[in-house]
Design a protein around this ligand. Sequence first.
Ligand SMILES: [Zn+2]
Length: 324
Amino acid sequence: VYLAVLFGIDIGGTNTKVGLVDQTGILALASIPTLVPQGPEKWLGRLGACVDQLVAGAGLSRGEIKGAGLDCPGSQDLKAGKVIFAANLPTFNGYALRDSVSKMLGVPTVMDNDANTYAYGEYFFGVGKARHDLVCITLGTGVGGGIVLNGQVLSGPLGVGGELGHIVIEPHGRKCTCGSIGCVECYASATGFRGMLAEALDEGRETRLIRGDDVKEMAEAAENGDPLALEMFGKAGVALARGVTNIVVTTGIGLIVIGAGISRSFESLMRGSFDKELAIRLHMADPASLNVVTSTLGNQAAVMGAAAWAARCLDLNWRLAIAK
Ligand SMILES: [Zn+2]
């Protein structure tokens, strides 16, 4: 059985991951610096050189690659294949990203939000194993989300489906980067943690943390019993539980995957407050029927998911090939 190979391209504010992926997983993986200030055209040149090396290194030719899946953070016009606004990729805003990449690679290219491809990666290769619908919540600079329902990424007619970081859980809470107030992202993202720390320091709260500390330092402080750090992770757990409650009663999906950087602290620092709050909030479904787990693919989920989602959109039938 011939297994189509696709490119998976995951653009981040610092690095761009590039993978050769087939339905068994990653065949080869490389990374290039995104170098945002240089702009997308220079980035495209570096991507081309990287792709040539990757393909040659895998003993393949460019003609053997059948498509590409592409993702980046921020809001996107999926029909036009353009970034509308990505805070970490300001020079890419408005750029015809999908068509430029497609032209350079010479293959049809599918573009989506990086939390959606992360979710699809976990659906196809990870926790979902291409059988179970799931919801993925990524805890990074912001809080991203992706919903895979009936094997499809749910973006909806407005293209914002699955933006779970902007579910409001504290109507009179902290101000969000999106313009709203009290979104999950205000409490469970790196941006939220930094903001909560600054506010606590302004109030003169006692802590070993100092201004400018990042989530890594906050997690270490919490592990060592720092009361403020513990309180912040506790709040993040509560915010997540409220968000998950809203997601469960909206989608009816019981498999929830917590992914990206801060998810490393989910079991150790957030699980307690999460479970407690969930018991208070969620009564429409049996909490025991809910499966909340951390990502198994980690930082490769998006690159794998980008390729897998493209294979699905381009009708390359990865799963039919498995069935044969
Ligand atoms: Zn928001």
